[in-house]
Write a protein that binds this ligand. Structure first.
Ligand SMILES: Nc1ncnc2c1ncn2[C@@H]1O[C@H](COP(=O)(O)OP(=O)(O)OP(=O)(O)O)[C@@H](O)[C@H]1O
Ligand SMILES: CC(C)(CO)[C@@H](O)C(=O)[O-]
Ligand code: BAL
Length: 343
């Protein structure tokens, strides 16, 4: 959606390393913004975006050895993307939409009910237009990656979804996001609480905790402590925030889990709303819009599944020697074959 930062560039870098043609799309998609969301004020920095991509193209020449690794920037008009009816962000909404439920209704979808309908719809359009062999998405938007993978699977789209790790600010690890420009120094300092809360929960998992309430207690402890600290300050010093959710979910269904299954791992994620500053001081470094608008921040940490244990490996080997695994495959092929000859 433009307003490029290093997170976006890391997607392009990975795409350039793995493909001989790279298309970059820049389009602020209206249908993923709810009627009261920040579509009109969403940062737009077209000239700077082009400069950054040109610079990246020169850098890529050194690493890939190819001139012009980025082949094109696709920046369509809304009339191109929505050729018949105007884009509608209301619920239920009129137009042609892609709905990936129940995934789209969870987590971010609870606070932003049209968000993933808009995301899936515009990605389907982009995929149809460009016909990419691979598409690159950032881990920062974890739910988005799960929804796009589900869409590709359910609609038999001929593309491979590649996920690029979250690019973070060097000093404190804040996940890069185009919306960070709205954070002045004070809200920026407090906004790191989300990542710190998730890291605390991750540490609990690493220490061996598996139960939901145990793991998440560590995150809530960090969030509550920061919230209380802000409450204790005066209006000219504090930056208040609200926690929308802190989640511990299954990596495929995004349903909340009561305890982490080590064979599957889990996704720790969260969203907070940085509230507008109540009062600003003379000379204070403010963000875009003077820190008067609320800013939603999201982040996540993947709790990776444990490698297969010796025990499980031994069981697989045993099943192989008995021929059980081979037999199952044969049955599956048979079913596929029957289906193919019937249709
Ligand atoms: N910090 C990041 N690291 C890796 N990928 C990222 C990062 N930030 C965004 N992306 C990815 O870049 C792609 C484009 O994202 P988008 O244009 O919405 O930027 P954004 O910074 O996420 O903006 P927003 O502030 O609206 O969330 C998405 O696949 C997104 O996940
Ligand atoms: C996937 C996307 C480009 C759809 O507009 C957007 O949601 C984003 O940039 O994350
Ligand atoms: N990267 C997510 C885009 C959005 O928040 O609308």
């Amino acid at each position: 959606m433009g307003a490029l930062h290093q997170g976006h560039l890391s997607l392009v870098r990975q795409a350039a390393a793995e493909n001989d043609k790279v298309f970059v799309s820049i389009y602020v998609n209206p249908t993923q913004f709810g009627v009261n969301e920040d579509l009109d004020s969403y940062p737009k920095t077209w000239d700077k975006d082009i400069e950054m991509l040109q610079q990246l193209n020169s850098d890529l020449k050194e690493t890939t050895g190819r001139e012009g690794a980025i082949d094109a920037i696709f920046a369509p008009t809304t009339k191109t993307m929505y050729p018949t009816l105007p884009p509608d962000s209301s619920l239920p909404g009129t137009g042609s939409f892609v709905n990936i439920t129940p995934l789209a209704n969870l987590l971010e979808g609870k606070s932003r009910p049209v968000f993933f309908r808009g995301v899936a719809t515009v990605c389907m359009k982009l995929f149809d237009i460009v016909q990419p062999t691979r598409v690159y998405f950032g881990q920062k938007d974890a739910q988005q990656t799960v929804i796009i993978k589900r869409m590709v699977q359910d609609f038999h789209l001929d593309t491979q979804v590649c996920i690029v790790p979250t690019e973070r600010e060097k000093d404190d690890g804040l996940a890069m996001s185009s919306r960070n420009v709205y954070l002045g120094e004070r809200r920026r300092r407090v906004g790191i609480v989300l990542y710190q809360a998730l890291q605390a929960a991750e540490a609990a998992y690493r220490m061996g905790m598996r139960k939901r309430e145990e793991v998440l207690a560590f995150a809530w402890e960090v969030a509550n402590r920061m919230s209380e600290a802000q409450d204790g300050l005066g209006a000219e010093e504090r930056a208040r925030f609200e926690v929308d959710y802190i989640s511990l979910a299954d990596p495929d269904t995004l349903e909340e889990v009561q305890s982490v299954d080590e064979a599957k791992g889990a996704v720790l994620s969260g969203a907070i709303k940085m509230l507008p500053l109540e009062s600003v001081c003379e000379g204070e470094r403010l963000g875009m819009g003077g820190d008067k608008v609320a800013v939603r921040l999201i982040d996540n940490i993947v709790l990776a599944p444990r490698p297969t244990t010796g025990m499980t490996l031994a069981m697989v080997l045993l099943r192989c020697t008995r021929g059980e695994l081979g037999k199952r495959d044969e049955r599956e092929n048979e079913q596929e074959h029957r289906y193919a000859t019937l249709t």
